[in-house]
Ligand binder design. Sequence first.
Ligand code: SAH
Length: 229
Amino acid sequence: MAWRCTGTTNTELITNMAKNGIFQSTRVAEAMDKVDRAHYVRNKKDAYMDSPQTIGHGATISAPHMHAHATQYLLPYLAPGAKVLDVGSGSGYLCAIFHHLVSSESEGKLGKVVGIDHIPELVDWSIGNLKRDGLGKHLDDQNIEMIAGDGRKGYESAGPYNAIHVGAAAPTIPAALVEQLASPGRMFIPVGTESQVIMQIDKDVNGAVTEKELMDVMYVPLTDREKQF
Ligand code: SAH
């Protein structure tokens, strides 16, 4: 149960998530422990609640247990050195988690995380959040890149991506995102309008694409900028 995971510090939140069996991988728990959620919310008092919170502009930072699930499904494709695209990057929280998974300074392998959101104010805020969380150097070095734009088109110039996360529900799966998946690669995307499911889209080494439904969810829509609010 999600609410049981709420803590008073970031480490307590992660510890409670572990106690409640949210993590199948210590890699995910360790990455989430490195990212203080307080840097990515509007109200610091809500930072360690295991619930979604509004971040303005019609957007929401997802509940930490949902971020853990998303990361876990993508984990086989988040090896050090991998490239990741986060569509609807909002607060930048998940970009920070992905960064810690794909960039390993001890192994000398730096991956790349691209976050894209169509609200420029959120992109600017997320860059500030990442800097406050100590990731300014990785923004400068473009190991993390935060882009303002329509995520339904992806971001071809930095692709193909081993993993694509979509943080807003698409009425249909955007073809550009499937094209920008590496072979092999995996996408985690909520699909639907009134009722939504997470779809896992896999592209194999030969480029063959398969789809699998994972779970029912409720996300904000992946939409036109003027329709959000
Ligand atoms: N995963 C983020 C935000 C989730 S809310 C977090 O946890 O902080 C969904 C985000 O998708 C919002 O920030 C919204 O602005 C963005 N979004 C919606 N439609 C979009 C589109 N067409 N292109 C890019 N971003 C979009």
